[in-house]
Design a protein around this ligand. Structure first.
Ligand SMILES: [Zn+2]
Length: 82
């Protein structure tokens, strides 16, 4: 379940709420106005934790980093014609 970050325009209040993407939320605790929603960066980790163990998450992350490094090397080779 993702964490959403809300900001209230009238009172510039900021808060976080945890709820499903279809759920309505984001009412300002101070003034009751619906805040502007933005997805928290933490939500990616939380979303991944629904179905995987920490160990699996780390492995997946390493895999992704490896993939992106591989791509970077290929790009660099192309660029410098190595
Ligand atoms: Zn407010």
């Amino acid at each position: 379940m993702p964490i959403y970050e809300y900001s209230c325009e009238p009172c510039s209040n900021k808060w976080k709420e945890l709820h499903g993407s279809d759920d309505k939320g984001g009412k300002c605790p101070d003034c009751g106005v619906y805040g502007k929603r933005s997805l928290s960066t933490n939500s990616i980790i939380i979303a991944a934790s629904d179905s995987t163990t920490p160990g699996q998450r780390i492995e997946k992350h390493i895999e992704q980093v490896r993939e992106s490094v591989k791509q970077d090397i290929q790009e660099a080779r192309k660029e410098y014609k190595i």
